[in-house]
Design a protein around this ligand. Sequence first.
Ligand code: SAM
Length: 374
Amino acid sequence: MSHPGPSTTTTHHVAHDDGSENMTSRDYYADSYAHFGIHEEMLKDSVRTGSYRAAIVNNGHLFKGKTVLDVGCGTGILSMFAAKAGASHVVGIDMSNIIDQAQKIIEANGFKDTITLVKGKLEESELPIKQFDIIISEWMGYFLLYESMLDTVLLARDKFLKPGGLIFPDNATLYMAAIEDQDYKEEKINFWDNVYGFDYSCIKDIALREPLVDTVELKSVVTDPCSIKHINLLTAKKEDLTFSAPFSLTATRNDYVHAFLAWFDISFDCTHKKIQFSTGPHAQYTHWKQTVFYTPSTLIVSEGQKITGQLTCSPNVKNNRDLDITIAYSVDGDESASTSVQYKMCVIHISLYFPCPFLTLVMDVNADRLSGLD
Ligand SMILES: C[S@@+](CC[C@H](N)C(=O)[O-])C[C@H]1O[C@@H](n2cnc3c(N)ncnc32)[C@H](O)[C@@H]1O
């Protein structure tokens, strides 16, 4: 889930701190996770929450009698799944004021003695248990890595996971494909060429470089998918999150290409039945949607032709919450016609437009766009 985190750094065990009940819009701007609305969206994402539930609750044999650390516990849902699965003790940590509600939730559901909540930033916190059998966390952001808390989970692994311990989930894979998207590109990008008869084209370049988080219909996809990054959470290092990957996309029909599309799959491979879910255009809707990277000009591909290139991704130097993504590509290896576009994923706060001040959106303000999921 991608929302800017709060600045709270104090570490203390949660008692009955009602901080979140007196928060103003300014506080929510700094601690957007404190508002129930963001958690409502995540909890109602049944692909997300249902997959975690299946991976944890249906694998009692892995959890029975084990100690569990829930990194970024939010409302405590994953901690309660772990307690239900038979964990001997669960520690949930979160730096947002939402943890005050989580404390009430775990008490209301009879888990007071099994779950201990710690309020604070994991990186700066002392935990009541020093080494855990299992780490559970929902850390994924848009484009998998945008504003994700993967750094925090890797640090938690190195500091708090016993040798041979398990991580839920333990594998993530990022994919890309190319799409036909004439109408929407017209509406979002070419719109700036002529605004009520005025030339606004200076904004067109900025708009093009900002990836769009939105749902895309499967029928818009005109190439095979290509996996560009695999992350094994048991072995990944922070440095692996800066990467450059080659791609080769084979056209499945004769068509135009207006954009590249990216999404990710998540799997819990340490479970017997290997629970997994996808955020791709072929799968059921998730709140991560997909990420669209418009190309400056339209490509024409024939069935069987290949778009080849390189995708490079790194945290922005000035603000490591933002991602700098470069996509260099050419059709059928024609280097003379090779194009390279630098994209920047960054958060835009547009709470001004919404009555609910907690709303902090990435450029996915296109609620009118059709979901094309089967
Ligand atoms: C995507 S939410 C997941 C919430 C909950 N686990 C769930 O599945 O519904 C991530 C949570 O991690 C918390 N978080 C992010 N970075 C953190 C850090 N460094 N230390 C502690 N909590 C963090 C946020 O405040 C947020 O509540």
